[in-house]
Design a protein around this ligand. Structure first.
Ligand SMILES: NC(=O)c1ccc[n+]([C@@H]2O[C@H](COP(=O)([O-])OP(=O)(O)OC[C@H]3O[C@@H](n4cnc5c(N)ncnc54)[C@H](OP(=O)(O)O)[C@@H]3O)[C@@H](O)[C@H]2O)c1
Length: 419
C-alpha cells in the first residue's frame, strides 16, 4: 500500500490510498471542526473499494479540495482531469457544456412555467380575490348602477345568449334581444318577464348575415337605449365538420358576416355613447376553438380567433374611457349549435359527455361579469384550455387535426338542427 494522501475536506479529511492495482478512497469524517485538521481523525465512515481513474489522485489532491463548486462526491474528477489535459493555470471550477445546457434548460423551463401559471391562474385567482373582497368588504354595486340600465344581447333568443339574457334580467338589467326569428324572440321575452319580476325586455329583429346594409337601421334603433352592457354573442358554425372547398359560398359569408361582422359593427355603434358616459361593459363571446387552428372547422375557428384578438385589443383601447371589455371563450356547451354531437340514440359518447349545460355555464360566466376581463365561462373549460396551452402551437394543431378528423368521419352523416 502506498503512502496515503491526506486531504482536507469540508467535513473532515479525505484519505486516498492505493492497494496494488485497485485504489481505495476512504472518507474519514472528523466530528470536530476545521481546527481538528492537525488532530488524528476519529471516525471512518465509509471505504470505497473501486477502481479509480489514473488521474484520480492528482485531481483529488490538487483540484477537488480547491474547487469552490466541486461536486460533493470526491469520486468526481474535475473537467480538466477528466479530459486528461494538464492544468495550465490555477484550477478554478470549469463548467462543462452539459452544465451550461442544463442551466439554460432550467431557466427556460422556469420562465415557461411562470408564463403558463400567469396566463391560466390569473382568472381563477382574480375571481377568488374579488369574491372574498365582496364577501367581507361589501360595497358591491349592481350591474345597472355600474354600467347603465340596458343590456343588448345579440343572438339572445337561444342557447348561451338566452342564458345571458336571463342572468342579466335577474341582476336588474333591462334587456334588448336581437335575433332573426321574431316569434322566438317574443317567446323568450315573455319567458324572461315571467321568471324575473319587474324585468323589462324588448326585442329587435335583425339578420346579421345580410352584412353591411343592416347597420344603419340598427344604429338608429339602438340610439334610443342607454346601453350599459353589450353581449356580442351571435354566432353560427358550419353544420358539421367539412373541408373549406366543399362549403356553400353562402355559409362562408355567413360565418364571416355573423361571427366577425356583427360584433365589430355593434362595438363601433355602441362605444361612442359608452365613452361619453364613461361607463359600460362589452362581453365578446369567442370560443375554445380560437386556441388553435381547427381543420374542418377552419373558418369558424378563424372567426373565433378574430373575436379573441379583436376583444383583447378593444379592451386596451376602451379602458382609458372607463369601459370594460371581457372575452369569453367557452368549450363545448349544450345548445342547438352542438346538438349534432349528441348521438340520436340517446347514448353518451366522448364528445357529448363534455357538453356543459347552458345554466351551468351562465352561473359561472355570470359570476365573472365585472370581475375578470377574460374567462372560458366554465371551470371545466378553463382546465381544458390550460391543458391545451401547455402544448406548443404545432402540437396543438396536430391534436385538433386528429380530433376533428375523427369528428369529420363520425358526424358527416349526422344532421344539425338549423339555428
Ligand atoms: N355552443 C357551444 O358549444 C359554443 C362554444 C363556444 C362558443 N360558442 C359561441 O357562443 C355563441 C352562441 O352560441 P350558441 O351555441 O348559443 O348558439 P345557438 O344556440 O345556435 O343560438 C344562436 C343565436 O343566434 C341567433 N342567430 C343565428 N343566426 C343569426 C343571424 N343571422 N342573425 C341574427 N341572429 C342570429 C339565433 O336566433 P335566430 O335563429 O332566431 O336568429 C340564436 O338566438 C356563438 O358565438 C358561438 O360561436 C358556442
Amino acid at each position: 500500500m502506498c503512502a496515503p494522501a491526506l486531504i482536507p475536506s469540508e467535513t473532515g479529511f479525505l484519505l486516498a490510498a492505493r492497494h496494488g492495482t485497485t485504489s481505495t478512497v476512504c472518507v474519514i469524517i472528523n466530528e470536530a471542526n476545521d481546527s481538528c485538521r492537525s488532530t488524528k481523525p476519529k471516525t471512518v465512515y465509509r471505504a470505497f473499494h473501486q477502481p479509480i481513474h489514473p488521474l484520480r489522485q492528482h485531481c483529488t489532491a490538487h483540484c477537488w479540495p480547491r474547487c469552490p463548486e466541486r461536486s460533493p462526491s470526491p469520486h468526481q474528477l474535475c473537467f480538466e482531469c477528466r479530459i486528461g489535459r494538464p492544468h495550465s493555470r490555477p484550477h478554478t471550477h470549469t463548467r462543462t457544456l452539459g452544465d451550461m445546457f442544463m442551466q439554460l434548460v432550467t431557466v427556460v423551463g422556469v420562465y415557461a412555467t411562470l408564463c403558463w401559471l400567469y396566463e391560466n391562474l390569473r382568472t381563477p385567482v382574480l375571481l377568488l380575490v374579488q369574491g372574498f373582497q365582496q364577501l367581507f368588504l361589501g360595497g358591491q354595486t349592481s350591474l345597472p348602477q355600474k354600467y347603465g340600465p340596458w343590456a343588448v344581447i345579440t343572438g339572445g333568443s337561444d342557447g348561451i345568449g338566452k342564458g345571458y339574457a336571463h342572468y342579466l334580467a335577474s341582476q336588474g338589467m333591462k334587456v334588448l334581444l336581437i335575433a332573426r326569428n321574431e316569434a322566438k324572440l317574443k317567446r323568450v321575452a315573455d319567458e324572461i318577464m315571467a321568471k324575473h319580476q319587474g324585468a323589462e325586455v324588448k326585442v329587435l329583429v335583425a339578420d346579421f348575415s345580410k352584412g353591411e346594409q343592416i347597420y344603419e337601421r340598427l344604429e338608429q334603433e339602438l340610439a334610443a337605449f342607454d346601453i350599459g352592457i353589450l353581449v356580442n354573442n351571435v354566432g353560427v358554425i358550419n353544420e358539421k365538420p367539412i373541408q373549406v372547398d366543399r362549403m356553400e359560398k353562402r355559409m362562408l359569408w355567413d360565418l364571416i358576416n355573423i361571427n366577425c361582422g356583427a360584433a365589430t359593427n355593434l362595438c363601433n355603434i355602441a362605444v361612442p355613447a359608452m365613452k361619453r358616459r364613461h361607463r359600460g361593459l362589452i362581453i365578446n363571446i369567442s370560443s375554445l376553438a380560437s386556441v388553435a387552428p381547427t381543420p374542418y372547422l377552419a373558418i369558424y375557428a378563424a372567426t373565433k380567433a378574430y373575436m379573441t384578438s379583436f376583444s383583447l385589443a378593444l379592451r386596451q383601447e376602451v379602458a382609458p374611457y372607463g369601459i370594460e371589455c371581457q372575452t369569453v371563450a367557452p368549450g363545448y356547451v349544450h345548445t342547438s349549435m352542438t346538438e349534432y354531437l349528441n348521438p340520436t340514440d340517446g347514448q353518451k359518447n366522448a364528445f357529448s359527455i363534455r357538453l356543459v349545460k347552458v345554466a351551468d355555464m351562465i352561473r359561472y360566466a355570470g359570476y365573472c361579469i365585472g370581475k375578470v376581463d377574460q374567462t372560458t365561462g366554465h371551470w371545466s373549460h378553463g382546465i381544458q384550455t390550460a391543458t391545451l396551452n401547455m402544448l406548443p402551437a404545432s402540437l396543438k394543431l396536430r391534436v385538433f387535426t386528429r380530433l376533428y378528423t375523427q369528428l369529420l368521419h363520425e358526424y358527416s352523416n349526422t344532421d344539425k338542427k338549423t339555428t
